[in-house]
Design a binder for this molecule. Structure first.
Ligand SMILES: NC(=O)c1ccc[n+]([C@@H]2O[C@H](COP(=O)([O-])OP(=O)(O)OC[C@H]3O[C@@H](n4cnc5c(N)ncnc54)[C@H](OP(=O)(O)O)[C@@H]3O)[C@@H](O)[C@H]2O)c1
Length: 334
């Protein structure tokens, strides 16, 4: 089969579009023909080896896959699955880790997965849309709703709001009836965030977020208010302490990552003085993944697709992520 592969960590020049052996399936597996695969913020991190994860080489990137069942292993229930079924793949595989991170991903023509990773794609949902949902929308659903419990009338400030997870967080907070403040470093992305329901936008290149919040909502003070109810911060780095300083008494900080660095400074005084809850979120469930598909088919949210590119352009597409030259999801098709 054809695949986008890197044999060494490094830059996107290491990603080669080449012939790769077809996967062989075991008795509990299915062979899936990839129809669409979406990229995420961790693709550059894995390629560049900026995480502590051990990635076996060679590696095929891409964890968000929509495809079609081609072949079933001997033990797979033939009443549940048939060749030709359209499926979304739950990418966290027991004993194997995450597709595209610790085992071969979907930037190729065929993947092998255990049958219990298959989730049917509902009628009316396209392959590109289905591929765009798992990581970004699944994580946002878990972070904003399941763990973060954002509710109508709350003020929610989202840093890095123009990325895959961020766009989904803006859409979910808006759908929940929150007052949404979206932050990005580019005006063209902020215009799009307004179009998705952001009530306020902040360009972090020329506006200090803490100053903006203090001017708009006041400085947080116990018994008086001020600040915002919720900050969504998966940027980390030098944004972390300032985020603590803008949270309303008894407010929440939600996090699922650290794009700009995880070993951040902290200021514990703000956590106890203002009784701030810091809520972590890791991954999502199969049920969450199915729920994101239902939300789209029922018209509650619409996945934002920046571009659909051929699989042979995987390296260029990952470079687009590194250059932060996108809004929403970049999807590849074989
Ligand atoms: N724990 C989990 O289960 C889980 C699941 C999914 C994602 N994550 C994590 O969540 C984060 C977001 O994922 P994603 O796929 O949405 O990533 P993404 O598409 O790369 O978006 C991140 C956004 O953050 C901003 N950003 C990126 N690098 C930055 C930096 N060094 N400093 C400041 N801002 C930066 C960019 O915004 P602008 O260019 O507009 O400023 C970008 O649009 C990542 O850290 C990822 O690893 C975790």
């Amino acid at each position: 089969m054809k695949a986008a592969v890197f044999h060494e960590h490094g830059s996107t020049e290491n990603i080669k579009y080449e012939d790769f052996p077809d996967p062989e399936i075991g008795p509990d597996d299915c062979l899936i023909k990839v129809k669409a695969v979406a990229l995420n913020g961790f693709e550059p991190m894995i390629l560049g080896k900026t995480t502590a994860l051990r990635t076996p080489l060679p590696m095929i990137p891409g964890g968000d896959i929509a495809g079609e069942v081609v072949e079933l292993g001997a033990n797979v229930d033939k009443d549940s699955w048939r060749p030709g079924d359209r499926v979304s793949l739950y990418p966290l595989i027991k004993g194997e880790g995450m597709i595209g991170e610790s085992r071969l991903g979907g930037c190729c023509e065929l993947v092998r997965v255990p049958a219990d990773c298959l989730i049917p794609i509902p009628d009316g949902l396209g392959d590109v849309e289905a591929a765009s949902l798992p990581v970004a929308y699944g994580t946002a659903l878990r972070m904003m709703i399941t763990r973060g419990k954002v509710k109508k009338g709350e003020t929610v400030l989202i840093l890095g709001a123009a990325g895959g997870v961020g766009v989904a967080c803006v859409q979910m907070a808006h759908a929940a009836g929150c007052e949404v403040i979206a932050c990005s470093s580019a005006d063209w992305k902020l215009d799009k965030l307004r179009g998705l329901g952001a009530d306020h936008v902040i360009n972090t290149q020329d506006q200090d977020v803490r100053t903006w919040v203090y001017e708009k909502y006041g400085k947080p003070r116990m018994g008086e208010g001020g600040g915002v109810n919720v900050v969504v911060n998966y940027i980390g780095g030098d944004t972390w302490v300032d985020s603590l300083k803008i949270i309303h008494p008894e407010g929440r900080m939600l996090t699922c990552g650290a794009s700009a660095g995880y070993a951040t400074e902290n200021d514990i005084r703000y956590i106890w003085t203002y009784e701030i809850s810091i809520i972590g979120c890791n991954a999502w469930s199969r049920a969450d993944q199915a729920e994101t598909m239902r939300m789209v088919t029922d018209g509650e949210i619409e996945p934002v697709i920046h571009a659909v590119r051929p699989l042979s352009e995987t390296g260029g597409a990952i470079q687009q992520l590194i250059d932060r030259d996108y809004f929403g999801k970049i999807v590849l098709q074989p």
